[in-house]
Design a protein around this ligand. Structure first.
Ligand SMILES: [Zn+2]
Length: 260
């Protein structure tokens, strides 16, 4: 029987955890959406959960009193519903979830929260601004795929955007039995007519089923489990360090800056 981990809320119990003065909560946000023809619908959830688990375990080992909250498995996919079985929450629903989680944490006086986002469709900065004066909880936001850009460039040959070499490598490392490489399809991404969109300075909420033929953006062919392991290790190390820093930082008038 595996040991019960006190840093994992869905696993520990009141008898063990009731008296632990947790300093930092971590909320992973995943998604349930099509990922090319070969990766599971839970890809974003599996990725963010594994990263959060490893980072919390490491931070706990370094003395940080961290509590990993259950992963939110569905998030904003309003523009990808054109592919079968994708599930979506409205952005305002995510705001409501965040608000209520903050309210619960505030009730327990657990006032530092790391929001670990695992899905590109979630634009969460406006929500942190919205809640800034509403809650005592001090939130830090991380989109995990932005944590190690140098690794992104050096580890992968042709990184894309969705269900690509990077995500496929991660899943080959984390859940190889759920990857059907023989179904992987290079697919086609359609170019927009607007010059501003081609140049990247004009934005639309892209209708994913018009943008791509197989829901993927990026060729997964060069993916390997080793690349996935290497990349995830870089990401986990940095996030674990952040959790330790958050745990050690007292919430005073100057948080999180140096006082004068
Ligand atoms: Zn994904």
């Amino acid at each position: 029987m595996a040991e019960i981990r006190d840093w994992k809320l869905d696993e520990t119990n009141l008898g063990r955890a009731g008296q632990i003065p947790y300093e930092v909560a971590v909320l992973p946000i995943g998604a349930t959406e099509a990922h090319n023809l070969h990766l599971p619908y839970g890809t974003d959830t599996f990725e963010v959960e594994a990263i959060a688990r490893r980072a919390c375990e490491r931070a706990w080992g370094q003395g940080a009193e961290v509590l990993l909250l259950p992963t939110q498995p569905v998030s904003v996919n309003e523009n990808t519903l054109g592919f079968p079985w994708t599930l979506s929450l409205k952005p305002t629903t995510i705001l409501t979830i965040l608000r209520d989680i903050c309210s619960s944490l505030e009730n327990h006086r657990l006032l530092k929260l790391l929001v670990l986002n695992g899905h590109g469709g979630n634009e969460l900065k406006p929500f942190l601004r919205e809640l800034h004066r509403e809650t005592e909880v001090q939130m830090v936001l991380v989109n995990w795929w932005e944590v190690a850009p140098e690794g992104h460039k050096t580890i992968f040959e042709s990184p894309g955007e969705h269900a690509d070499e990077m995500e496929t490598s991660l899943l080959l490392h984390l859940a190889p039995d759920l990857v059907e490489m023989d179904r992987a399809d290079e697919g086609k991404v359609r170019a927009p007519h607007f010059t501003g969109m081609k140049e990247g300075w004009a934005w639309i909420s892209r209708p994913w089923d018009k943008l791509t033929t197989n829901s993927g953006v990026g060729n997964p062919a060069a993916a390997t489990a080793e690349k996935g392991e290497q990349f995830i290790e870089r990401v986990v190390t940095k996030i674990a360090d952040l959790i330790v820093e958050m745990a050690n930082e007292a919430i005073d008038d100057w948080y999180p800056y140096e006082s004068d």
